[in-house]
Design a protein around this ligand. Structure first.
Ligand code: RFL
Ligand code: PHB
Length: 388
């Protein structure tokens, strides 16, 4: 097989890039290790910035999001037994975010891709990247016991944190910056009305709590747990009790409980790989960087990379210039590190970091300071809606 851009991975980064390329008439093939059902079974992000909603529309997959997505203008911070609303719309001159699940976004992108002509190969095993420092790279994989080869001009490594693309960059060229937090998030998804119309981030002495949603009838809640916690040790009842315990009374009273559609623990990690390009290989999304979910940035960063990489390919194929592709890595890294900083900071501000009450008092003082200052609130707001 031959194509212009071989895309490894069919998560949001790969699907968005594939759809933008397809619309511009640039030939591409997506090579994915899992099957569709597995990918759509993963419950992940929920908060979409403008960059992501705009891109979804540009990709021709925004129709359902525009109908069903919930547009939010603010969120709530709970600490010291009180609530502060951050009106990020007002503080940023009109910017909003849209609450729409990653599962739905992925499904919409898969649907438009299937309606088009470009191929997705699911269930590709032993995917390997070859000759990435030449202008004639290729990808090999196995499917149904047979070996396949895809020749291409470029490879887009959109295969997530555990993919094969990043390790293809030789260790002597690759710089990896990593911080693994000593805690994770235990999340529940349930068909019950959300406790609040807006997302709620809570600081409690027993740990962080987050109330989010997927729709007006589907809630997504998280509580901070130690990193070695096992999901099997959490009954649904234990989860609901812990959630209510960490929320202020007026909110806890409003929690509607119900059977879990999903319950899982996600570890928290900050990670950046530099550079994000090696020869004909370009990394995009979680394959190049990970943020803890506290700032809701991961999927939005992946979308930002897909947009930037598409612009590079467009310049190359339609205007015969490699300049934009050559600047891909430094330009992305500038944006990525700012989101890394915000996600790390939000995580440090809201989570129980240790058993020392001094740490908690400092966090409370910082939250008091920030929410008591217009400049402080604007800092939170402009980072949350996404820096330009
Ligand atoms: P993905 O989604 O991991 O997709 C990678 C794809 O590559 C495939 N793959 C391979 N394919 C071929 N060969 C191989 N060897 C392969 N190895 C892997 C995988 O099967 C998969 O299909 O990466 P992508 O596209 O970069 O997208 C990134 C986002 O998924 C991620 O950043 C977000 O989910 C992070 N995130 C959030 N981001 C937000 O912007 N807003 C949020 O509100 C938000 N909440 C979250 C989150 C992540 C969470 N978890 C589970 C860590 C909440 C949670 C709990
Ligand atoms: C979610 O809805 O899953 C969600 C919301 C906000 C975050 C992280 C996850 O910061």
């Amino acid at each position: 097989m031959k194509t212009q851009v071989a895309i490894i991975g069919s998560g949001p980064a790969g699907l968005l890039l594939g759809q933008l390329l397809s619309k511009a008439g640039i030939d591409n093939i997506i090579i994915e290790a899992q099957d569709k059902e597995y990918i759509l079974g993963r419950i992940r992000a929920g908060v979409l910035e403008h960059v992501t909603t705009d891109l979804l529309r540009q990709a021709g997959a925004g129709e359902r999001m525009d109908k069903e997505g919930l547009v939010h203008q603010g969120f709530n911070l709970y600490f010291n037994n009180r609530c502060e609303r951050i009106d990020f719309c007002k503080l940023t001159g009109g910017k909003t975010v849209t609450v729409y699940g990653q599962t739905e976004l992925t499904k919409d992108l898969m649907d438009v891709r299937e309606a088009g002509t470009y191929q997705t190969i699911y269930h590709a095993k032993n995917v390997e990247l070859h000759d990435v420092t030449t202008n004639t790279p290729f990808v090999t994989y196995q499917k149904n016991g047979e070996q396949h080869r895809v020749d291409c001009d470029f490879i887009a490594g959109c295969d997530g944190f555990h993919g094969v693309s990043r390790p293809t960059i030789p260790p002597e060229i690759r710089n990896e910056y990593e911080y693994a937090y000593p805690f994770g998030w235990l999340g529940i998804l349930a068909d019950v009305p959300p406790v609040d119309e807006e997302v709620v981030y809570g600081h409690h002495e027993d740990g962080f709590v987050l109330c989010s949603m997927r729709s007006k009838t589907r809630s997504r809640y998280y509580v901070q747990v130690p990193i070695d916690e096992k999901v099997e040790d959490w009954s649904e009842e234990r989860f609901w009790n812990e959630l209510k315990h960490r929320l202020p009374d007026e909110l806890a009273e409003k929690v509607v409980t119900g059977p879990a559609l999903e319950m899982s623990i996600a570890p928290l990690r900050s990670f950046v790989c530099e550079p994000m390009q090696h020869g004909s290989l370009f990394l995009a999304g979680d394959s190049a960087h990970i943020v803890p979910p506290t700032g809701a940035k991961g999927l939005n960063l992946a979308a930002g990379d897909a947009k930037r990489l598409f612009e590079g390919f467009e310049q190359f194929y339609l205007h015969n210039s490699r300049a934009s592709l050559n600047n891909y890595s430094p330009e992305c890294l500038d944006r990525v590190w700012k989101a890394e900083r915000f996600s790390w900071w939000m995580t440090s501000l809201f989570h129980k970091l240790d058993d020392n009450p001094f740490s908690r008092k400092i966090q409370q003082a910082e939250l008091e300071y920030l929410t008591g200052s217009e400049a402080g609130k604007t800092t939170i707001a402009e980072n949350f809606v996404g820096l330009d």
